[in-house]
Write a protein that binds this ligand. Structure first.
Ligand SMILES: Cc1cc2nc3c(=O)[nH]c(=O)nc-3n(C[C@H](O)[C@H](O)[C@H](O)COP(=O)(O)OP(=O)(O)OC[C@H]3O[C@@H](n4cnc5c(N)ncnc54)[C@H](O)[C@@H]3O)c2cc1C
Length: 347
């Protein structure tokens, strides 16, 4: 999908907040009706929960697909929306949503980018995926200097501590040991002995520990020791209830992603128990021009399933088409038989 944030502000007919399976299939359903949409997601790539939480796990309940992983489903959806070439603004969290006096909805991102649209579809799932961080207040002042979620370029002569237990944490440790510019030491810190990474990675990790290339420490960070504005040690509590300190120059947080509903609850939209309320004929919210689908919505009988999101996207597309063209009747057509749809799909 082409990225598109060259200018600070853009105007379009439809903006979709969230590029999970719901947002992606919404692009397709709108495309069938001749409507192009732009996608925004705080994650750098589309996929939502399917990629962030279970990329390599199997899904068995997608109609017509007896089995696929989260990643395969997203790859197939990306292929399906290709004919409609939606602009994708990755790495942008929508912070603000308000209506201008001209009726256009204005969306502002945390990167200072603005989008104006006649219609907005909120497909924000369980919220924006953000990196989990250690909840140790003393680390906040060190973020970007000695505390990172991505390994910085200069690691030579550094004592590096990686916190986490999933694939990304283990892979980061292994990559550090392979570096042409090796650090002084690599330590993996996790609160318990059992790791959550895939078994093949765990085996490689064990070999690297046996070869003394990586140290594995059990404990939870409680505080840091700072000397002349530089973090020198992490203080941690061990599972046995003892306190230890370990030398550190760089701390890499690889604790995985967690979703945060965040700013959506401040946009003045009707919500019940953190779910957006919609009309289930069109998936319109009570704010004209704002629609919502997928895990972010609630209605009687709602199930947080991908196939439910697909159904919601199909109905929302008709609702949106009618909203954008109030004086036209929107034809209902089959993809098998409609020449107009074939032309739009390029088939
Ligand atoms: C472990 C696990 C297994 C599952 N297995 C199945 C299964 O087998 N079958 C099934 O049908 N369902 C399954 N589900 C549920 C399924 O993944 C969800 O129903 C589906 O992902 C919902 O899609 P969505 O697009 O609504 O939301 P999401 O997938 O959550 O995508 C929403 C996107 O919106 C983005 N976003 C949110 N707020 C903002 C903002 N303010 N600005 C920018 N971006 C924002 C997020 O970063 C995210 O990428 C599973 C879920 C989990 C966690």
């Amino acid at each position: 999908m082409p990225p598109s944030t060259a200018s600070k502000s853009q105007q379009t007919d439809v903006v979709i907040v969230g590029a999970g399976p719901a947002g992606l299939f919404q692009v397709f359903e709108l495309g069938l009706l001749g409507i192009t949409a732009q996608l925004v997601d705080v994650l750098p790539k589309p996929g939502g929960q399917c990629i962030a939480l279970y990329a390599d796990k199997p899904i068995y309940d997608i109609p017509g697909l007896p089995f696929c992983t989260g990643r395969e489903l997203i790859e197939r959806l990306m292929q399906q929306v290709k004919p409609f070439a939606p602009a994708f603004h990755g790495g942008h969290q929508i912070q603000t949503l308000s209506q201008n006096t001209d009726g256009l909805w204005q969306l502002g991102t945390d990167q200072g980018f603005e989008l104006k649209a006649r219609c907005v579809i909120i497909a924000a799932g369980v919220g924006a995926f953000v990196q989990r961080r250690l909840q140790v207040p003393a680390l906040d002042a060190l973020r970007g200097m000695q505390v990172f979620s991505v390994v910085p370029t200069s690691i030579q002569n550094q004592h590096i501590v990686v916190v986490g237990s999933h694939n990304e944490a283990i892979q980061t440790c292994l990559d550090l040991t392979q570096s042409s510019d090796p650090p002084l030491s690599v330590t993996l810190l996790h609160r318990r002995e059992v790791l959550d990474a895939d078994l093949d990675l765990q085996q490689l990790f064990k070999l690297a520990c046996d070869a003394k290339k990586i140290q594995f420490k059990l404990g939870q960070v409680t505080d840091v020791i700072v000397d002349r504005q530089r973090m020198t040690h992490l203080q941690m509590a061990t599972p046995e209830g003892l306190f230890e300190s370990i030398t550190v120059d760089l701390l890499i947080e690889k604790l995985g992603m967690s979703p945060k509903l965040g700013p959506i609850s401040q946009w003045g939209l009707a919500m019940d128990r953190k779910q957006l309320q919609v009309d289930t004929q069109t998936f319109a919210t009570q704010s004209p021009g704002i629609f919502a689908i997928g895990d972010v919505i609630g209605y009687p009988g709602k199930k947080k399933l991908i196939l439910s999101a697909f159904h919601e996207a199909a109905l929302a597309a008709y609702g949106i088409a009618q909203y954008l063209n109030p004086n036209q009747s929107i034809p209902f057509e089959y993809t098998t038989a409609s020449a107009r749809i074939h032309q739009r799909l390029g088939v």
